[in-house]
Write a protein that binds this ligand. Structure first.
Ligand SMILES: CC(C)(COP(=O)(O)OP(=O)(O)OC[C@H]1O[C@@H](n2cnc3c(N)ncnc32)[C@H](O)[C@@H]1OP(=O)(O)O)[C@@H](O)C(=O)NCCC(=O)NCCS
Length: 140
């Protein structure tokens, strides 16, 4: 069993970019990422020997609507329960911040081929739709 710890609200732009690139996503400018992370409601990182090997963050209004974003574990650390632990910690945070007798809505956009992972936590397909706005000057 791998030895890792989970830490809250210490996600840095540099680690975010490194993990996203490891998962095959496009590299985003560091200042752009820093601005985005400032608006996190909450984030969780998995650490092995002080290295960030996994992450997940929550965005939303913090009351009625929550979104799980950027659930990523470095390829060499996958399949050892880290992704599950991160998602469970994010969901626990939402539960703790949902008043008794009420409900909130949690969204997640599953990466292609990862729908099964999301379904394990009770996420179900909906009619949610996404649109990307791409400004001129974007390079590959
Ligand atoms: C998705 C991801 C975060 C899972 O992280 P992980 O640390 O490997 O997750 P776990 O080790 O906790 O594995 C969770 C379980 O889900 C299963 N699983 C993983 N991907 C799956 C899929 N596409 N369909 C069904 N089950 C899947 C694993 O087999 C494992 O099952 P087990 O607990 O019975 O062994 C990781 O694969 C990743 O970073 N992928 C690239 C980024 C990405 O796609 N993120 C979006 C996720 S919606």
């Amino acid at each position: 069993m791998i030895n890792y710890t989970l830490s809250e609200n210490i996600l840095k732009a540099e680690d975010f970019i490194r993990l996203k690139v490891s998962a095959g996503f496009k590299e985003r400018p560091v200042d752009f990422v820093k601005s985005a992370l400032k608006n996190n409601l909450y984030d969780v990182v998995a650490l092995v020997n002080d290295e960030v090997v996994g992450m997940g963050r929550l965005v939303g209004d913090g009351v009625m609507y929550w979104y799980l974003q950027e659930i990523v574990v470095l390829p060499e650390y996958q399949g050892q329960g880290i992704g599950t632990a991160i998602v469970n910690k994010l969901l626990d945070y939402i539960t703790e911040h949902t008043p008794e007798g009420n409900f909130t809505c949690v969204g997640l956009t599953a990466a292609e081929g990862k729908e099964g992972f999301s379904e394990r936590f009770g996420f179900a397909k909906s009619r949610g739709m996404n649109k990307y706005i791409v400004r001129e000057g974007m390079t590959d």
